[in-house]
Write a protein that binds this ligand. Structure first.
Ligand code: PMP
Length: 435
């Protein structure tokens, strides 16, 4: 039978037979929503195979800052399809224009390479840091996610009793690899100084989400980011800002522009191309020049699909729109309306909640403040967090019903969409409290 006449549960059942777990990426299969089959996405909404429509605040974990299927991005991709597809030799004009744009926009970026995903960008950042320094160790922070590869696959969202432990997100990783990664608490300048005092001579890189959005939102203290910069400079270690989420979404120059703290390398992705598969690694010219497209190095860099013309066209169209239309003004205003509105709703119900975020990103934790470190988030009432979001679905509002996930507002969302979210929030929270 053809797929387009099957119900969601019938398609999902076939998916589970042919695809392990029925989905193609971790955390796409959500308890209570295992039969979700998406058939259409446009602007601020998506629709499923059973005809349910949702106002989408999940936004695919972040890329579609302009909204789903933006017409200008779509037109640029179609035009690219008529002009050139992948040839795998030389360079295209679009790749040069995109590289020059990233150099112009992002303070740390003197030279830049394109990848297809954020994970590849962070992988190569750590490889080149080791190549440049000849050192072994990488420092990451609790609650930060940098992709699926081995060196960073620990202490992302840890079970409460595993925080600070090795806690890999997968088996099959060599213990030697995990041992070469030190995990520190976020926003803890003293812990950073202590780690450098003990291991500084062997620290190749420090990688950090300047705003850890993979656990919702921990806002960085300026002293913490300044300490990372100081210690890396003093020890000769490479400071990597992973701006896969913050880049272009919070500012065209990323968090480094907002904070005035310039890393040595920057990884980017998601919002650059509004949903097309892209990542980028840029930074200091002397480090980036270590990459060679010839095997043997110093640091080898390759990828069949890097700089794919359709993706590059999507990126150029996205960045053009971000630069010429009031996208940030719009999403920041709606984000603020949502944060203030949700805080009022929960306060009105007497429900302890901490509504936080930045710009277009928002998250409501069900706990009292502050939220400085990952440990603070262990106070979040996960059952309330997930239960509330499941009830939002009944009102046609989609925030991913998994603990600690952030939500996003896009250029396609309207004030009416925000009104709808706030009304749904009140009904959902009330029902969850009564349950
Ligand atoms: N870094 C950060 C901060 C991310 O949020 C993500 C993806 N959620 C990645 C890296 C990995 O990017 P990708 O999924 O494109 O490999």
């Amino acid at each position: 039978m053809k797929h387009d006449v099957l119900s969601g549960s019938q398609v999902a059942e076939r998916a589970r037979l042919a695809i392990p777990g029925g989905v193609n990426s971790g955390q796409r299969s959500v308890p209570g929503l295992t039969d979700l089959v998406i058939v259409h996405a446009e602007g601020a909404r998506f629709r499923d195979a059973d005809g349910r429509e949702f106002v989408d605040y999940h936004a695919a974990f972040g890329p579609p800052l302009l909204g789903h299927n933006d017409p200008d991005v779509g037109a640029a991709v179609a035009e690219a399809g008529r002009t050139v597809d992948l040839c795998g030799v030389g360079v295209t004009r679009g790749e040069v224009e995109l590289a020059e744009t990233l150099v112009e926009l992002v303070p740390s970026v003197e030279k830049v390479l394109l990848t297809s995903t954020g994970s590849e960008a962070t992988f190569h950042a750590l490889r080149v840091a080791r190549a440049a320094t000849g050192r072994r160790l990488v420092v990451k922070f609790q609650g930060c996610y940098h992709g699926w590869h081995d060196a960073v696959s620990l202490n992302v969202i840890s079970a409460p009793d595993r925080v600070g432990g090795r806690d890999p997100i997968s088996t099959g990783i060599l213990p030697e690899v995990l041992e070469a990664t030190l995990v520190l608490p976020f926003n803890d300048a003293a812990a950073v100084r202590a780690a450098f005092a003990e291991h500084g001579h062997d620290i190749a890189a420090v990688i950090v989400e300047p705003v850890p959005h993979n656990v919702g939102c921990l806002l960085p203290e300026q002293e913490f980011l300044a300490t990372l910069r100081e210690e890396c400079t003093r020890a000769g270690s490479v400071l990597v800002f992973d701006e896969v989420i913050t880049g272009f979404r919070h500012d065209l120059g990323g968090w480094q522009k907002l904070s005035g703290i310039t890393p040595d390398l920057t990884t980017m992705g998601k919002a650059i191309a509004n949903g097309y598969p892209v990542g980028a690694l840029g930074g200091r010219a002397d480090l980036m020049e270590l990459f060679s497209s010839r095997p043997g190095g110093p640091a080898f860099f390759a990828g069949t699909y890097n700089g794919h013309p359709a993706v590059v066209a999507a990126a150029l169209a996205t960045l053009r729109k971000l630069r010429t239309e009031p996208v940030h003004e719009h999403v920041f205003r709606l984000g603020e309306r949502i944060r203030t509105g949700l805080a009022d709703v929960f306060a009105g119900l007497g429900l302890p909640a901490l509504v936080t975020g930045f710009g277009s990103v928002f998250v409501a934790y069900f706990m009292t403040g502050p939220a400085r470190t990952y440990d603070d988030l262990l106070r979040n009432d996960a059952a309330m967090f997930i239960g509330y979001r499941r009830r939002l679905l009944e009102h046609g509002v989609f925030e991913l019903p998994l603990n600690l996930k952030r939500s996003h507002v896009s250029y396609a969302h309207t004030d009416a969409d925000v009104d709808r979210l706030l009304e749904a929030a009140e009904a959902a929270a009330r029902a969850q409290l009564a349950a």
